[in-house]
Design a protein around this ligand. Structure first.
Ligand SMILES: NC(=O)C1=CN([C@@H]2O[C@H](COP(=O)(O)OP(=O)(O)OC[C@H]3O[C@@H](n4cnc5c(N)ncnc54)[C@H](O)[C@@H]3O)[C@@H](O)[C@H]2O)C=CC1
Ligand SMILES: O=C(O)[C@H]1O[C@H](OP(=O)(O)OP(=O)(O)OC[C@H]2O[C@@H](n3ccc(=O)[nH]c3=O)[C@H](O)[C@@H]2O)[C@H](O)[C@@H](O)[C@@H]1O
Length: 442
């Protein structure tokens, strides 16, 4: 099938590459010419495990192409997939300007019947808007069908999620459109759930909001566990045995970040508000998360009488491991607050440093390895649970840090590991490990 994908970010590029991998004829379109030039040479604009290899393979096979010229991309397309960003507006609602621009270019340039699929996360009713913009601006006498097809991949495991996802959702009431999209996805062999457009649009927001709710819920439980001396990991494991609850997304930490949960929870509150529904539960989820993102600062303030002048190694900057994405990363909030407290921050991340430089305060100093960061610091924080931090020899902290104190925002180590390493260890929702002559802060 001939497919054009508009937008080559995390979703568009991964989708385009995976559809090419199952032998569709794919052209990816982006307005960013530099990205296009790089991708033509097999260089991925984003860090995503396995993506570049598959990209190169399919460019060489001849079924993956790139262009910055929409008319060129749409020329032969039977299906056009919209995967441009829908960032958050100041009031929390989704910004649809990129979606509208794509709809206008489709109207201007399509010369044959086509199915337009909205993969970007968009508020309920947006596909109606896309259809209307296209109809209002259409230059040729062609038939354009519009369908919703939200995406559920996660950054860092996007390729695996695409080939092994739990479901593909197709929102359309047109049987012919549904069956063409089913054919397109058939090679993935995944369950396909068909519904109407509005429900499909809502499934995406409700799914992200539910996952965010699970995270805020366990973080609240975690904060209570700390006060009571319980261990949130055991609590989550014990809860997770119940199939109705499930263990996934019950990892307590420093809150959710990234390009989607924060913006999509805000957008759903706005969507609800648009129909005069006050989504109180989701507002609390957001509020809990905002507090949770800065919890390590509170722990530091509780531990040190005067943190001013201390140097801290900040390990991990990306909003989660295996990505270079810094959007809404807790590291931004933490670095800002620590610097305000008069501390020196030495940061290290295996992949995200270049992106971090555009987001973190300019006073932050970057190290080339965790060892380099730790050796120059008084104590340390783990902000992102990269494998290389989880595999770190904790005993070395005694040697490298002025004070062997670790604040672990992601519970990367067991309490036994910390105890055996002879360090002071403060994690999330679990009792602190103190060295002799020190009193636990919990
Ligand atoms: N990042 C993720 O993990 C997921 C994102 N989503 C949703 O997918 C959508 C896209 O997200 P990302 O891939 O993260 O976005 P992104 O910001 O990484 O990429 C968007 C791309 O679209 C391009 N673009 C903008 N206007 C264009 C136009 N008129 N024509 C061609 N290209 C254009 C930009 O240059 C950019 O490369 C959003 O709605 C997001 O909520 C859904 C599931 C997962
Ligand atoms: O719409 C989207 O963009 C995507 O948003 C999330 O994917 P992503 O943001 O890439 O990453 P997640 O693995 O969901 O993690 C999001 C945040 O939650 C945090 N998290 C996750 C799980 C958990 O148990 N605890 C926790 O704090 C992570 O550290 C991270 O900051 C969803 O998982 C995807 O299904 C969805 O497609």
């Amino acid at each position: 099938m001939k497919i054009a994908v508009v937008g080559t970010g995390y979703v568009g590029l991964v989708t385009g590459v995976c559809l090419a991998e199952v032998n569709h004829d794919v052209i990816c379109i982006d307005t960013d010419l530099q990205k296009i030039k790089n991708m033509e040479q097999g260089i991925s604009p984003i860090y995503e495990p396995g993506l570049e290899e598959l990209m190169v393979k399919n460019i060489n096979k001849g079924n993956l192409k790139f262009t910055n010229i929409h008319v060129e991309g749409f020329k032969n397309a039977e299906v056009i997939i919209i995967a441009v960003g829908t960032p958050q507006m100041p009031d929390g609602s989704a910004n649809l300007q990129y979606i509208e621009a794509v709809a206008k270019s489709i109207a201007e340039y399509v010369t044959k019947d086509v199915i337009v699929v909205t993969k970007s996360t968009v508020p309920v009713g947006t596909n109606d808007f896309v259809r209307q913009v296209i109809l209002d601006n259409l230059k040729c006498d062609v038939n354009v069908k519009v369908a919703s097809n939200p995406e559920f991949l996660r950054e860092g495991s996007a390729i695996v999620d695409t080939f092994q996802g739990d479901r593909i959702v197709i929102g359309t009431q047109d049987e012919e459109t549904a069956s063409i999209l089913e054919m397109m996805y058939e090679p993935f062999g995944l369950p396909i759930f068909k519904t109407d457009i509005y429900s499909s649009e809502m499934i995406k927001y409700a799914s992200n909001a539910f996952l965010a709710t699970k995270i805020s819920f366990i973080n609240e439980v975690s904060n209570i566990c700390e006060k009571l001396g319980a261990n949130v990991e055991d609590v989550a494991n014990g809860m997770g045995f119940d199939n109705r609850i499930g263990r996934a997304f019950l990892n307590a930490g420093i809150g959710y970040g990234g390009s989607c949960f924060p913006k999509d929870t805000h957008a759903l509150v706005q969507i609800a508000g648009g129909v005069h529904h006050d989504f109180e539960l989701l507002k609390s989820v957001i509020e809990v998360n905002n507090k949770q993102q800065r919890l390590l600062v509170d722990k530091i303030k509780a531990r040190f009488e005067n943190p001013e002048g201390k140097t801290v190694a900040m390990l991990g900057l990306a909003f989660k491991p295996n990505t270079d994405d810094m959007r809404e990363a807790a590291s931004s909030v933490l670095a800002r607050e620590l610097i305000q407290l008069g501390m020196k921050v030495i940061a290290y991340d295996p992949i995200a440093i270049e992106n971090a430089k555009t987001q973190l305060p300019q006073q932050v100093i970057y190290a080339n390895s965790s060892e380099e960061a730790l050796k120059q610091s008084d104590f340390a924080l783990i902000v992102t649970e990269w494998d290389e931090f989880k595999q770190m020899d904790l005993g070395k902290l005694q040697e490298w840090l002025t004070e062997p104190i670790l604040f672990d925002g992601r519970n990367c180590f067991t309490l036994e590991q910390a105890k055996n390493a002879g360090i002071e260890y403060h994690s999330m929702g679990r009792p602190s490990i103190m060295l002799e002559n020190k009193v636990s802060i919990n």
